[in-house]
Design a protein around this ligand. Structure first.
Ligand code: SAH
Ligand code: F3S
Length: 483
């Protein structure tokens, strides 16, 4: 088996030998939880395993390998994964040959529990160790367990072409940064995914071109904090100050990368996520305005509208600075849509803090929102230093007030499209009607309309005549000029 392994470790350097052995006919069933980055990582894992003869399968009962790509962001996410592991353990009772592996953010924190205490998995692999999978699979072949949760300074998987899983052939993710240096006090990501590093722009453009050749129409550049992207030849973002003058002068920031992508594939739509308000520059907003194929949509998590809470969260901006940024966005791109992440019930959050969150929302009138109750995560600064002292009932009540307000704002934003014609990229059949297509406009609103002669992947103009808070309903009037 080892001769067939396409990846070989030479000390800590990995040599990629381009051997494809698809004759072993093994199958891997992969389930992914959590953020888009996890789904994107699973495609990297599928690509690495394909070199070892594994094909992805949606049949867990007959798979040779079950992998679950896990999320630690909130307790609920971890509980969901634990339930799935119980299920996979049952599968192991009927299919005794199947191996089970845990990938992703739960790997580091729970490796001992999974492998030694509960013995429910064979292998635990952290987000930076996926290239070691072929070796780890060899280790577990004769019943041993294997683990690699080492976080890396430079792994970006830039040399791996992801194998698209469950793809509609239209939308794809391209990851551009890994890890996060921000240390928001509530957040487990810097611990599970390590320090921030950016991927070589050449490899990003190569992936973009490859996707275009395969017929994809829209890509989303992914990172925990995309606006902080900085390529200076490799290495951690925090070590940029130690780079040479030549490296510094030829470095590429997010605005430049975005422009490179927009110019390289002018017919493809470009999206990006997530933008941290502290790093979003006017330069980026101007680049968005300059290129029609960069979608007018920004996911701009704020977490709270209160300065006290923002400070305790270690977010690097004030309420005022955030609102100024929003003002600049609307000034430069009047039809931009903005969404948020919000947390209710952070330690010591008072009723007044909560009211400030509602008032900030009223000022921005976000198009969408992702809203959560604070969930204390072991190991974070908040868990160490702050008491989780807002009771469950209050957290829930505040969350539902935030959700209700967001619903109103979403409806307000949706209504603004009524009577207008928007460009929609068709992605799939509408969930509610087999005679309708569903797609999104530039502003990320879902649009449904009768199928007529159009197909998945077409850019069409749709005249909007009705809406709910979540969906625009309309009639396609023809192909758009981008088709
Ligand atoms: N990088 C992004 C956020 C990544 S995590 C940023 O710039 O903010 C996605 C979202 O999960 C966060 O924005 C936050 O709203 C939520 N989240 C993270 N940790 C959480 C916790 N401990 N409890 C509740 N929500 C949390
Ligand atoms: Fe988490 Fe804050 Fe980074 S929310 S991912 S530490 S920007």
């Amino acid at each position: 088996m080892s001769e067939k392994n396409p990846y070989k470790y030479n000390g800590d350097t990995l040599i990629l030998e381009n051997i494809t052995d698809n004759n072993t006919n093994k199958s891997v069933y992969i389930e992914s939880y959590g953020c888009a980055m996890n789904f994107s990582d699973s495609e990297i894992v599928a690509s690495i395993l394909s070199k070892n003869g594994y094909k992805t399968s949606d049949d867990m009962y007959n798979a040779d390998l079950i992998l679950v790509n896990t999320c630690s962001i909130r307790e609920k996410a971890e509980l969901t994964v634990r339930k799935r592991l119980e299920k996979f353990n049952k599968v192991r009772k009927t299919n005794t040959n199947v191996k089970v592996g845990v990938l992703g953010c739960m790997a580091e924190r729970l490796k001992h529990k999974f492998l030694e205490e509960e013995k429910i998995v064979d292998m635990v692999v952290g987000p930076d160790a996926y290239k070691d999978l072929p070796n780890l699979l060899e280790e577990i072949e004769d019943g041993k367990s294997a683990v690699n949760v080492i976080l890396s300074k430079d792994e970006t998987y830039g040399d791996i072409t992801p194998t698209r899983i469950n793809s509609n052939g239209v939308n794809a993710f391209i990851s551009i940064t890994r890890g996060c240096d921000n240390m928001c006090t509530f957040c487990v990501v810097p611990f599970t995914r390590g320090r921030e590093r950016s991927r070589d722009p050449q490899s990003i453009i190569k992936e973009l071109n490859d996707l275009s050749e395969k017929g994809f129409k829209e890509i989303t550049l992914l990172g925990q904090n995309v606006d902080s992207y900085l390529w200076y030849g490799g290495g951690l973002k925090k070590d940029f100050s130690k780079a040479s003058e030549i490296q510094k002068a030829s470095s590429i920031n997010f605005a430049k990368l975005l422009e490179m992508c927009a110019l390289t594939q002018p017919k493809m739509r470009i999206r990006f996520s997530t933008s941290n308000p502290q790093d979003m520059s006017i330069e980026v907003i101007k680049i968005m305005a300059k290129y029609e194929n960069i979608c007018n949509y920004i996911h701009l998590p704020v977490q709270s509208g209160s300065d006290n809470v923002l400070k305790a969260m270690n977010r690097q901006h004030t309420r005022k600075e955030y609102l100024e940024l929003v003002e600049n966005i609307f000034k430069i791109i009047p039809d931009c849509s903005i969404s948020h992440d919000m947390i209710s019930g952070f330690p010591d959050e008072s009723e007044d803090d909560h009211k400030q969150t509602l008032s900030l929302m009223k000022k921005v009138k976000y198009s969408f929102g992702y809203m959560f109750k604070y969930s204390e995560r072991p190991g974070t600064l908040a868990a160490k230093k702050l008491e989780d002292n807002v009771d469950e009932k209050t957290k829930s009540r505040r969350l539902s007030e935030i959700v209700d307000l967001q619903q109103k704002h979403s409806l307000f934003r949706s209504k603004q499209f009524i009577g207008k014609t928007v460009e929609v990229l068709i992605e799939k059949e509408s969930k509610k009607s087999s005679s309708h297509w569903a797609g999104r406009n530039q502003q990320n609103a879902t649009v449904v309309f009768p199928k007529k002669k159009f197909n998945v992947g077409d850019f069409v103009n749709v005249k909007v005549n009705d809406c709910t808070s979540a969906t625009l309903v309309g009639e396609a009037t023809g192909y758009s000029k981008n088709n």
